[in-house]
Design a protein around this ligand. Structure first.
Ligand code: NAP
Length: 292
């Protein structure tokens, strides 16, 4: 068997085109959806993610009030900027690109963002609302995974979804989303404390890798016909590339695609969906101000 490759780039483009249409409608009411992405420092991966987000904003016809700050910005300076953006009615979404330099406390920064503008869905108010099934901003990457499955018409109800990874930004929220009634999967979360990982992953109808290590998922760990979603983004040295590296996921793509039914590639799988869902959340944040 050879897996069907899930074209995350194409699906993300559809989602973004839909957002652009709705943003144009909203503009007729005088509201231009606006996002402020804050980048502190020059971590190359972060710079590239932020550039991608700004490009997507422009393409969706949204306003961009992003701010780039030097590495030596203090926590107080960053918190003061967030406070100003919280109070600025023309800004609907605020996103602080993580990771932050070590001298800044990430928790305090996330807590400082007004939950109504927290388009990353990381503020405890949004996390709590997700937990109890109330409307909230859903974290972009896990939400993107669920939308990918939906758009591919992949059955999730009654399926066993095994997630490798329990981070606050991917593994845990994805587990909650997959277990919600509308998605209706049975969920298992694995991590470094999991014994016999392969025994568990082989039971998965839907296997998600959100680990951060290449080749964590090998062919022998996958049940034939399983759906494999690779969230991982790892830079590995490659002298044939101008950049000196290439991106790979957490899944041994070539071997696993011989046995899976569907698989996401890296790049062009989950990654583009993360940005698309950020545009969805920014639009929603702007629409919410209509009903204020
Ligand atoms: P993270 O915070 O480092 O979490 C990784 C998780 O994987 C942890 O829960 C860890 O377990 C678990 N883990 C690590 N090695 C393992 C192993 N050998 N067996 C079982 N579990 C293992 O990472 P993250 O932020 O969730 O990101 C995961 C990956 O997704 C990274 O490559 C990241 O770059 C990528 N990512 C991609 C997107 C996108 O848009 N495509 C967005 C976000 C993240 P412990 O908890 O026990 O340490």
């Amino acid at each position: 068997m050879s897996a069907e490759i899930i074209d995350g780039k194409a699906i993300a483009e559809q989602v973004r085109a839909d957002v652009a249409e709705k943003a144009a409608e909203l503009k007729k009411t005088g509201i231009i959806p606006c996002l402020a992405v804050i980048l502190v420092g020059e971590n190359p991966a972060s710079v590239s993610y932020v550039t991608g987000k700004q490009k997507a904003l422009a393409e969706a016809g949204m306003a961009d009030k992003s701010v780039r700050l030097p590495e030596n910005t203090t926590e107080d300076e960053l918190l003061a900027l967030i406070d100003r953006l919280n109070k600025d009615d023309t800004v609907h979404g605020i996103l602080v690109q993580l990771p932050l330099p070590k001298h800044i406390n990430e928790d305090r920064v996330i807590m400082a963002i007004d939950p109504k503008k927290d388009v990353d869905g990381f503020h405890p108010v949004n996390v709590g609302n997700l937990m109890i099934g109330r409307k909230s901003f859903l974290p972009c990457t896990p939400h993107g995974v669920v939308v990918l499955l939906k758009k591919m018409n992949i059955e999730t109800s009654g399926k066993h979804c095994v997630i490798i990874g329990r981070s606050n930004i991917v593994g845990k929220p994805l587990a909650l989303l997959m277990a919600q009634r509308e998605v209706n999967s049975t969920v298992t979360i694995c991590h470094t404390g999991t014994k016999n990982l392969a025994e568990i992953t082989k039971q998965a109808d839907i296997l998600v890798a959100a680990v951060g290590h290449p080749s964590t998922v090998t062919r022998d760990m996958v049940k034939p016909g399983a759906v494999v979603i690779d969230v991982g983004v790892n830079r590995i040295p490659d002298e044939t590339k101008k950049s000196g590296f290439r991106l790979v996921g957490d899944v041994d793509f070539d071997a696993v695609s011989e046995t899976a039914s569907y698989i996401t590639p890296v790049p062009k799988g989950v990654g583009p969906m993360t940005i698309a869902m950020l545009m969805v959340n920014t639009l929603e944040a702007a629409e919410n101000t209509l009903n204020k």
